[in-house]
Design a protein around this ligand. Sequence first.
Ligand SMILES: [Zn+2]
Ligand SMILES: [Zn+2]
Length: 333
Amino acid sequence: MKALVTTGHGDADVRDWPSPTAHGDQVAVRPLLVGMCGTDLELIDGSIDPAYVRYPLVLGHEWVGQLVNDVEGVGVAGRRVVVEGIIPCGECPACRRGATNLCATYDEIGFTRPGAMAELITAPRSLVHQLDDAVALEDAVLAEPMAVVWRALTRLPLRENLSVAVIGDGTIALLAAYLAATLAPADVTIIGRREAQRALAKRTGATNFVLEAPATRFDLVIEAAGTVASVHTAIEHCARGGSVILLGLPPHGSGVEIAPDDIVNNDVIVQGSFSYTRDAFADVVAHLNARQWQPSFLLTHRYSLDTAQAAVTALRTNELDVVRGKVVVEIAP
Ligand SMILES: [Zn+2]
Ligand SMILES: [Zn+2]
């Protein structure tokens, strides 16, 4: 079969790759639409912590596919599915308390095992979720990044009517603004980085899109730009009694100067969030199947598997005046 493969030396190419065979509790799935993100670039560039990757690697951790065969309890052949990427052991203390994102044995599709940027993939049956026929592939392909955002948003008990700020204008930031609507917020301000993203950002339902942080403070600040400066901005713009959620990933080893007495005096919660739990993923699937979440408007770039290298280029190019939401690759049957 064909697959988009990287060895972590700055390149990824479409090449022949052995087709996997499903045995034991594995299910064969044919990927249909696969999203790419900044993490794929880190995998390609080899800049990710070696503990979290195994090369050579078939990319693809954000995807929707269809069952190759009838699978009891999951669906019939052709049924569209999304699959959790993190494969928890189910037995370690973290797994047993539901924190499957912190499983003692890290194993994830598209990181430590082959991803979905290929004509066929196998996955543990228990992680496969069926989709209703009415769910658009373009919505479902965002299940994984939505699960990342949803886990972060649901970790804290957040009240309604908050003023919310989202820092960043990449897909995770825009999904955070979109899903923040579930909190019934007073307003949502996206503090973006590029004017070209304005129209796309407004489609999330955000109240405001600004390029500079306003002088006001917010009850909830979601940091999704992943720079040291934006983390600083996030903490500085949190109102008394408010919360900061850190979703972006600044370079490893970087530091931020903070005034801890402000955090204490202002009664602020600063919360990190890593990936997603099984519960968060299942919630996302339920919302997709109920057609409550339809974020397909975020898709701006679409390629075929044969031209997947162009998708990588599109992701890498940071042109100020180009609108960029989610970059996806369609795997032709
Ligand atoms: Zn991703
Ligand atoms: Zn575990």
